[in-house]
Design a protein around this ligand. Sequence first.
Ligand code: F6P
Length: 527
Amino acid sequence: MWTDLKTAAEAATTRSIMDLFQADPDRAETFSLAAFDMLFDYSKTQIDAASLEVLLGLAKDAGVAERRDAMFAGARINETEDRAVLHTALRNLDGDAVLVDGQDVMPDVLDTLARMETLAGEVRASDVTDVVNIGIGGSDLGPAMAYLALAPYCDGPRCHFVSNVDAADIADTLRGCDPEKTLFIVASKTFTTIETMTNARTARAWLQDNGVSTDGRFIALSSNADAAAEWGIPSERVLGFEDWVGGRYSMWGPIGLSLMIAIGAEGFKAFLRGGQAMDRNFQSADLYENMPVLLALVGIWHNQGLGHATRAVLPYDNRLSRLPAYLQQLEMESNGKSVAMDGTALPVNSGPVVWGEPGTNGQHAFYQLIHQGTRVVPCEFIVAAEGHESDLRHHHELLIANCLAQSEALMRGRSLDEARVIMAAKGLTGDELDRQARHRVFPGNRPSTTLMVPKVTPEVLGQIIALYEHRVFVEGVILGINSFDQWGVELGKELATSLGPLVSGDAPADGKDPSTQGLLAYVKRYS
Ligand code: F6P
């Protein structure tokens, strides 16, 4: 199946996006897709009708529809961990039965949601001024990203997100908090993660050092209720979730508690409703008009087809500044794998390197490379038609104008002749004109997509996040990998544990390689 993609991609290498628009006046409409009020435009790519057929063929051959149905039905599609994958159940607000091993999980899900509401309501009504979520990876990035994204809807206590084991993170956070009025949420699916447990202990010591009782100051969000109890958090302050919720897919349940405290239960449910709406779209729309599928196929086209190794996510929304980091975990931890589900080597590249920054800031930093560098970086723009600062509409108009300008510039480029005309108008002639003009050439024909949303409300954010989750799923199915494990993070964790005593000087570094020994010697000398 990959041969057809390679052939289609080779045929596209000389294809001009501008020519595609010339040849087909309906291209913008044909190669874009609406779901709810969202619009996904992928017309500024080299995809044409024939290559789209090939891509859809890949999705069909890989059994995307069947795997999708298996996921929603609670099958154990996370085969290397023998688990179901049911984060979608967390946003199944209607409560329709979802079976795992014949057991309906929805009563527990809805019960936990009700407990979250009660706890969040109590915190919002209390004198707590600061909530500190201590977690890392999936227990941090989702709520941290959404808290920032939904700042206009935050009317609860301030939330902070401490993740790094670097003491700077917790120290800087606690400096601004009043021990009498600070609540800690220890968010860890496993309740064993070294960074989180270290920060949680430091938080507890901070309260004690300030003469404040730790009673009622901690909430745990975890699948490991026993470990939370052992740590001293009573069961009524522990919100649990099942192993079928992967860490990077967990913000829809208890891990989203800080967000619920910040925006209130109704706002949080609107977020869930958005995710649920995208689930329904994903489940019911035909593949060729299925937004997560199309987003995935564009990704496969650029990465496995054309060989572009990275993907820039460029939200023109300052409050979506943590979205690229969130998507980095979602996409790279899910699809950064070189072994297929059956243990064989992947015949194509694994998922792309995902990176990005909000526009317009990125324009003044790395867009130079995107426009004129030797490598092509497919760009994914995200922008809302409306901002929240209605009294400053002119800012938003400029933001949109910049977003649209970038995708147009990437596509259109500027030829040497055009650059020569510009330089001649500035009075340059002869060799100097030629030399200067060459620096002002933009190759153009660089692909981008644009996701437009009406406004980043809780519901729309839910749609966006679920869209990306399903996109990752579809790409994973086409690659034939398990998107729901993360064995690649284990080796580093093991080595870090064994290196601890070597860094503190409690054990000799003899067995280590010369480079590591040299680096340890440096630490000893300077610490
Ligand atoms: O190290 C990777 C990872 O396991 C992620 O998948 C997860 O989101 C993160 O660590 C945090 O894990 P936990 O929620 O168990 O503390």
